[in-house]
Each structure stands twice: as C-alpha cells, then as structure tokens.
Design a binder for this molecule. Structure first.
Ligand code: HEC
Length: 167
C-alpha cells in the first residue's frame, strides 16, 4: 500500500464509522421515544387497576341492596337451591331454609352439619351475602356443593326472598 491508498482506506473507515454513528444516534432516538411511550402506556392500566381494586374493596351496603331487591326474582334464583333445600320445615340434601335469615348457622335439628358450618355465626343478610358468593371460601369444609352466585343482584334478590319466608 502506498500513502494514497492508506489515506483512502482510512477515509473509507472513517466514513463507515460516521454512518454507523449516525444510524446509532437515530435508532437510539427512536428507541428512547419508544421506551417513553411504553412507560406511559403501562402507567395508564396501572391507575385503572388501582381504581378497580378500590371499587372491590369498598364495602357493599347489603341492607340497602336487599331493601331495593326483588323477592319475586329471588324466588326464581332459589330454583338453584331447591335441588337441595326445602322451605317447608323439612330437611333434604341440605337443611330447610324457612326462617334462615337471622337463624344461628348449623342449628336445624336432625341435620348433620359440617364442623365449619356449626362454627359459623348467625345468618344476617351480610353473612348470607358473603356465603352465597363463595360457599367453600367462607365456610371451609362445608358440605354444601354449590359454586356460588357471582352476581350481587342475584344474591340480593335471593336474600329478599328468603326474608319473606323468615318472618
Ligand atoms: C348441592 C346441594 C346444595 C345446593 C344446590 C345448595 N345448598 Fe345450601 N346447603 C347444602 C348443604 C349440604 C348444607 C349444609 C352444609 C354444611 O353443613 O356444611 C347447606 C347449607 C346451607 C345454609 C346454612 C343453613 C344453616 O342451617 O346453617 C344456607 C344458608 C344455604 N345452604 C343456602 C343455600 C342457598 C341460598 C342456595 C342456592 C343459592 C343453596 N344453599 C344451594 C346443600 C346445597
């Protein structure tokens, strides 16, 4: 290589490096903008998740829900319970449910309750509201094989119906 060739060679390398640097700068610029956008979009669902959690944690006014509920609609919901529960004072797969609102849990004579049920307190509307949402979660070891009623309206209507047969 003579001097001329070396100069061209170095020049070519410098040129290539410059192009490389420029590409790097531009792509870093794009990357930075991109990561800012990601950080921003992550924040948005976080905030709404926080709001949703707050809504979940807010205590439900069961008394008000039940007062505004529809006992006739609750009687229809009770069809899901009727496979196991009677309301004429006789026991079936489950204990009879007439008079259940306000009754101490696990106290119907001649019914073999689980220990968990016997340890549960009185069936206030609040207690029923929680139990009927998730029977196994609220009374551990319960014999009641029922997944639960997820809708608040169904539970409120049902409790309003149970109140009509609890006086
Ligand atoms: C597959 C049968 C089955 C279904 C369906 C069922 N239950 Fe029960 N339920 C039981 C059994 C069994 C027990 C007794 C549980 C125990 O001793 O742990 C029980 C207990 C209860 C108790 C406690 C009663 C007491 O005397 O302490 C309530 C309240 C109750 N069920 C309400 C309901 C309602 C309301 C529904 C309908 C949404 C329903 N159950 C659906 C079988 C059932």
């Amino acid at each position: 290589m003579n001097t001329m060739e070396i100069t061209k060679f170095v020049g070519a390398i410098c040129g290539a490096l410059l192009v490389f640097l420029l590409i790097n700068l531009v792509s870093n610029g794009i990357f930075d903008t991109h990561s800012e956008m990601v950080a921003y979009t992550v924040e948005v669902p976080d905030e709404s998740a926080g709001d949703a959690a707050e809504a979940d944690a807010a205590p439900v006014d069961v008394a008000a829900l039940v007062a505004a509920a529809d006992p006739a609609a609750g009687e229809k919901v009770f069809k899901k319970c009727a496979a196991c529960h009677k309301v004429d004072g006789s026991n079936a797969v489950g204990p009879h449910l007439d008079g259940v609102v306000g009754r101490e849990a696990g106290t119907v004579p001649d019914f073999a309750y689980s220990d968990g049920m016997k340890a549960h307190g009185p069936w206030t509307p609040d207690a029923l509201f929680a139990f009927l949402a998730d029977p196994k979660g609220v009374v551990s070891g319960t014999k009641m094989s029922f997944a639960g009623l997820k809708k608040e309206d169904d539970r409120a209507n049902l409790i309003a119906y149970l109140e009509t047969i609890s006086q």
